[in-house]
Design a protein around this ligand. Structure first.
Ligand SMILES: [Zn+2]
Length: 227
């Protein structure tokens, strides 16, 4: 059966930076991929003349563009304000609801344990996603209100954390590196120049590639969830 994958990120563009090469590869292999973008990214501009409402529209369009390039089938926007994610019951419930509904085998998210200089939204999205996978999606007595919605418990098999200081699992993205860049190119509102992104992505992928013994790779901290 085709793999069912969910990618949970804080902002439009996070997934493209962190795991788009791997996602493009998985889609080619037949995976079904759902992106969950938790905030609108409505503070992501140095231009004070751009209103948060307009920026939300722009960034949603950019995320759909990137999903189209990668072949990601579904994009869910949770609509939290940029910079305002909290480790709250409501946010966790949103993620548990989506995990129980979409029933992914693998969840990709941002490593919340990266040291220093970590965007607060990235830390919180990683923490709450890990909690939502285990134990809250898995154990039936958590979130009984979701059972009432007909959403049964679900066991995710693996978590892949990206932007990690402790990567231990590498995916060869040599054949999808250009697709990753094309997906990143959709995020025009965030870009100074595509060339600077190309050189940064090449640098990251080369470092991981050296560890994996391939030209270009993405690196993850991989967690196999206990049965
Ligand atoms: Zn971000």
């Amino acid at each position: 059966m085709a793999e069912n994958i969910m990618v949970v990120v804080a902002h439009p563009d996070d997934a493209e930076f962190g795991c788009a090469g791997t996602i493009a590869l998985k889609v080619k292999e037949g995976a079904h991929v759902t992106y969950v973008v938790c905030t609108d990214g409505d503070k992501g501009t140095p231009d004070p003349s751009l209103s948060p409402v307009r920026l939300t529209q722009v960034r949603k369009g950019e995320q759909w563009c990137a999903a189209g390039v990668l072949g990601v089938q579904e994009v869910v926007f949770l609509g939290y304000p940029d910079g305002a994610l909290e480790d709250s019951y409501g946010f966790r419930q949103d993620l548990v609801r989506l995990i129980r509904k979409h029933r992914p085998d693998i969840v990709f998210t941002m490593d919340p344990y990266r040291h220093y200089q970590l965007h607060r939204d990235h830390r919180i999205v990683g923490l709450v996603t890990m909690d939502a996978v285990f134990p809250y999606s898995r154990d039936p007595l958590h979130h009984p209100e979701l059972l009432a919605e007909g959403l049964e418990p679900h066991k995710v098999k693996e978590i892949f954390l990206f932007s990690s200081d402790n990567a231990d699992s590498y995916v060869d993205i040599s054949t999808t590196f250009e697709t990753k860049l094309n997906a990143l190119a959709c995020h025009e509102s965030q870009m100074r120049s595509l060339e600077s992104w190309r050189s940064l992505m090449t640098e990251w992928a080369t470092v991981f590639g050296e560890k994996a013994g391939v030209p270009l790779a993405e690196g993850f901290k991989r967690l196999e969830m206990r049965k």
